[in-house]
Design a protein around this ligand. Structure first.
Ligand code: HEM
Length: 224
């Protein structure tokens, strides 16, 4: 059986989207393997291949950096990154249409900092109003709420409530991000609430949790 067919046969039942996506990613990663150069790491795929080779030298077949793990890691990144980003972008388009004053300030900043060239990651640091607008959209769009369950591993008591081991918990991000106790006029997109008196982006308040918190929070936050 071919390597592709072997991978596909693991997913004979259930949702086909994930296995198909995984196989497509895995096939394209083979092209990467062919052009891999240890002296020129291009992106996360090259970095994985580098680590895979290192780990294989150290641990041989015991290494967990397998090709199947590789495909799953890449599909995790793509699935977690695509829907979240596209929904955020939908909210961006909606709110720019609904709030022309905000749109005009964002537009001015884009024209001044980027102009007609392609944007770079560093541009972001010079665009506090646009950054504050994106944070504001993530608060009001609330796309990550209820996304992930947590399981309690041992009996705990929290604020007077006994929560037995094995219970599933959801962090109520939605309520937190529109709570009037934390946000004045919570239904308004107001980028200024994320800017200080000098126009710099403030540290995000604890009641902003679009990417959640803790060890398993979103790894895309620095891009988001
Ligand atoms: C605006 C865009 C995004 C939003 C709102 C968002 C939101 C979230 C949320 C709420 C979680 C759950 C965190 C937790 O359980 O504590 C999460 C997890 C994750 N996100 Fe994002 N995300 C975004 C973009 C991205 C992008 C672009 C990537 C990849 C490049 C990504 C990769 C991941 C991964 C891999 C996890 C799982 C982390 C883990 O379980 O350790 N996300 N994201």
């Amino acid at each position: 059986m071919s390597r592709v067919a072997q991978l596909g046969s693991r997913y004979k039942s259930g949702n086909l989207l994930l296995p198909r996506c995984t196989i497509a990613i895995w096939i394209s990663s083979l092209c990467y393997d062919a052009t891999y150069d240890a002296n020129c790491i291009r992106d996360v795929v090259d970095d994985y291949i580098r680590e895979q080779k290192e780990q294989f030298k150290l641990l041989g077949e015991e290494s967990t950096f397998t090709e199947s793990q590789f495909a799953k890691t890449l599909s995790d990144l793509i699935i977690a990154g695509i829907e979240t980003f596209s929904t955020t972008f939908d909210w961006f388009a909606f709110y720019m249409a609904m709030c022309p004053d905000v749109q005009s300030k964002v537009r001015t900043e884009i024209d001044e900092v980027i102009g007609t060239r392609l944007p770079t990651y560093e541009d972001r640091l010079k665009m506090p109003y646009t950054e504050a607008t994106c944070i504001g959209l993530q608060r009001i769009g609330n796309i990550g709420h209820g996304l992930v369950l947590r399981t309690v591993t041992k009996d705990i008591e929290l604020e007077g409530y006994n929560i037995p081991a094995g219970s599933a918990l959801i962090v109520n991000v939605y309520t937190m991000q529109i709570d009037e106790g934390y946000w004045k006029n919570p239904d308004e997109l107001n980028p200024d609430r994320f800017l200080d008196g000098s126009g710099n982006v403030i540290v995000k308040p604890g009641s902003f949790m679009a990417f959640l918190l803790g060890r398993r929070n979103c790894i895309g936050e620095s891009l988001g």
